[in-house]
Write a new protein. Sequence first.
Length: 402
Amino acid sequence: MAKKVKDLFYLICTTTLSLCVSFLFVGCGTPDTGPGKPEEKFRDTPFHPVSMPLQKEALTYLNTLRESAGLHPLKRSELLEASAMAHARYLTENDLYTHHEDADVPFFVATTPWQRAESTGYAGTRVVENIYAGDVSGVQAVDILFSDIYHRFDFLDFDIDEIGIAQHFAQNYSFIGVHTFEMGESGERNEVAGSQNGPIVWPYAGQKDVMPVFYEEEPDPLPDCSVSGYPVSVSFDPKVADETEIESLELFDEKDMPVKDVFLLDQQSDPNHRLGKNQLALMPLQRLGWGKQYRVRLVYADSAHRKRTLTWEFETRDLDGRVYEVVGEKSEFTVKSGETCFFYLPPRHCNDRFERYRYRYSPTLKIEEEMIDHNTIKLRVKGKGYIEMMPDNGRHFFVTVL
């Protein structure tokens, strides 16, 4: 293998991802046939607001998720939309990522989300803001924010009933694009939703296509870990939170074995003091598997002090191709030309992830590659030859294409 590898050309791809403050930066060049650096190509995206149909698509998707979980849908608010749009422009024009605005910075509107909404004439009683920065669609931004536990609880808030969504992209913005979600409580909740006595759980019963991983969030609920499993969350209506008590929350794998390496995040254990008494999250400290089924069991006492047991199942995302697990330091694989395959590097510990990778390949190959997440690479290769993949966490592997 080493003798054949030395004749390969090389291509360097750099991809940086984060599930809260996130962007995709790729510089991919041609095979290096001389001593110079490969040519680098960069995305050139001028500033523009996303069209209303795309914003409507994000709202429709968010409402589908809320209703699937058992909550009421959110109404579109033009006033909250104006506030979201103004803050999105503030961020993109000043290359920032923050909920706070500074009066000395161009495009300043107001310091806090509530003040910005108030400046548009919004008269609700409360405002909640979610932001995602990255080169993704609004629907993808919603999915990513649902993997972040604090942002998820904001989307699954019992009392909000209105929302404004804005999406802006700018050429000089480090994150390429930003998505802002301004959610408000109009004060008409009793007419809109009423009281919800049962728990709201996520993933909801029967949910499919659940991402198997949680990376990091700002603020970070797992500050000592940079990769872990998708959180399971439970929340009760704040109106009955004082009258309910959670006894246990457990997760079981596809073999119905308990997932034991977990952290229970609640009001007492939350390092950022963001959770209320009515909220609980089970954080698996190891990634969940691709295309696997999991079962959850919740035991709690309801508002009448009766013991309740609730069980449900969900399925993680199934990749559309063959999945190869890279478990050694120098693994070797053989694939067919034209085959779509995924190389998954299971974390050896809760900080085992790669930020970027290099690869060398035979000049006879035509390669399509994509970084799915910090532990998974997608490859589709045509031709015959060899590839050496070199993620920056030291887990190199070789692929023979026949």
